[in-house]
Design a protein around this ligand. Structure first.
Ligand SMILES: Cc1cc2nc3c(=O)[nH]c(=O)nc-3n(C[C@H](O)[C@H](O)[C@H](O)COP(=O)(O)OP(=O)(O)OC[C@H]3O[C@@H](n4cnc5c(N)ncnc54)[C@H](O)[C@@H]3O)c2cc1C
Length: 414
């Protein structure tokens, strides 16, 4: 059984037209490094892209994951940063839908669907990325039951423009295992303000990270100094959410990884497009370089990797749409697509010869943008850990089941 819908050709055509008309030119504009592209983000809002997978009852488009990843690929083809704005936000929508209380869904989802409220997802800290259980941001109780947050978060996509940040913090430092003492706090703040005031006092953005690529979206740190979070702003509220933040955020990262794989494919598609164009325009030894076999081999490898990355991403999305766990498939998609986009960018760069090394060349930006996807949503080493663990767990479950019942097929055999 799958809940996958037929991809809406009209919607995809509208997204492609928007990307060609507004996103691609903005990505390559001379001031793309300097100013946040509000007009492009407004265009994405108008198309409903902030609410792709939010059910229609909350004002979203109610799309499935397969359609969502097709849209993310297309937006990333235009500019990975704009897909990054959406990817983090959509991950947060998934968190509210999956783990939020009914009151939290009502409070946040309609504004998140319209893009009026942008969201950010905050696990990482200056000393802790892959090892999430090493975070030190602390939540302590006030006498009236509210929580006080103290700590330093880092690498937060949408960090400045977000009005809502999903922050993982430790509410019980003695919990064993440590993750059972962590909760996801809903930190409300004023979008675009460096420091919160009034009810939002105690939260501040103290650095906008000067990244080498992916420069159209702000990635920030977040300092929490006695930020007061009412008790009903634990994700799922206390009854369902206290001590469950780690599990909630990891579950939603499964969707985030599938979506991030689509970003890798999108960047790869654009690298292929510009490489193919250049290979047909540039002549050496009396003919377009596209007619040299060595260049055709590069194009062949690029297109093959792209197609494999896309199919892995769509497969993971389909598993997700069917309601099954997709940690294995999401890990495989991110591992393969992440490495592929980097290799495809490298080949596109080589095809451009020295012209690729000019700051005015699109492939120079694409090369830097592709590298932004290496660590985001988990580097390849961590994906291999996820894949390896899933395979061993599945083998053991099947071996146990085989002792009492006929052997089922592994997911790898289908
Ligand atoms: C553009 C961008 C946007 C981001 N956005 C967000 C965001 O919105 N929210 C957020 O919370 N974070 C965000 N991050 C942070 C990202 O999630 C982390 O960078 C990522 O989890 C890796 O953590 P780290 O960089 O601290 O590397 P580390 O965990 O310090 O790892 C360093 C290296 O060691 C390897 N390694 C670590 N542990 C092992 C192991 N057990 N076995 C083998 N190898 C290992 C890693 O693969 C990596 O190569 C973003 C990062 C980038 C670059």
């Amino acid at each position: 059984m799958t809940n996958t819908q037929a991809i809406d050709a009209g919607l995809m055509a509208a997204v492609r037209e928007f990307v060609d008309r507004e996103v691609l030119p903005a990505a390559q504009a001379p001031d793309a490094n300097a100013a946040f592209p509000h007009a492009v983000v407004e265009g994405m809002r108008r198309l409903g892209l902030f609410g792709t997978m939010i059910p229609k009852q909350y004002g979203g488009l109610g799309l499935d994951m397969v359609t969502h990843v097709a849209i993310m690929e297309e937006v990333a083809r235009g500019w990975v940063s704009m897909a990054g704005v959406l990817n983090t936000h959509v991950l947060c929508c998934d968190l509210v839908l999956r783990s939020g209380s009914q009151a939290q869904r009502q409070r946040y989802l309609p504004r998140m669907a319209s893009g009026q409220l942008r969201a950010a997802f905050s696990l990482s800290e200056p000393h802790a990325g892959s090892d999430v259980q090493a975070i030190t941001t602390a939540a302590t109780r006030d006498a009236d039951g509210a929580w006080r947050l103290n700590g330093h978060k880092r690498w937060i996509t949408n960090g400045l423009g977000a009005g809502l940040v999903f922050v993982l913090a430790r509410n019980n430092p003695d919990a064993k295992p440590p993750h059972t003492g962590m909760s996801c706090f809903l930190v409300e703040k004023e979008p675009w303000a460096m420091a919160g005031t009034g009810d939002n006092a105690g939260v501040a953005v103290t650095e906008i990270i000067d990244k080498m690529g992916d420069r159209g979206v702000e990635t920030t740190d977040l300092l929490l100094q006695g930020y007061r979070c009412p008790a009903d702003r634990i994700l799922g509220e206390e009854a369902q959410g206290l001590g469950r933040g780690f599990v909630q955020m990891m579950a939603s990262m499964e969707s985030g990884r599938i979506s991030a794989s689509a970003l890798c494919v999108g960047v790869g598609v654009r690298c292929f497009e510009v490489a193919m164009r250049y290979a047909n325009e540039r002549h050496t030894f009396g003919k377009p370089i596209a007619e040299h076999q060595a260049i055709q081999f590069k194009l062949a490898d690029m297109a093959t990797k792209l197609q494999a990355a896309r199919l892995l991403t769509q497969h993971a999305a389909r598993i997700k749409d069917s309601g099954q766990r997709a940690d294995l498939e999401a890990g495989m998609a991110k591992l393969f697509a992440g490495e592929a986009s980097k290799e495809i960018a490298d080949e596109a760069f080589r095809i451009h010869g020295s012209n690729g090394y000019s700051k005015s060349s699109e492939v120079e930006r694409l090369y830097r943008d592709a590298l932004s996807l290496v660590a985001a949503e988990g580097p390849s080493e961590i994906q291999r850990m996820v894949i390896g663990r899933s395979l061993v767990r599945e083998y053991r479950e099947q071996a146990e089941a085989a002792a009492t019942a006929p052997v089922k097929h592994s997911r790898m055999e289908t």
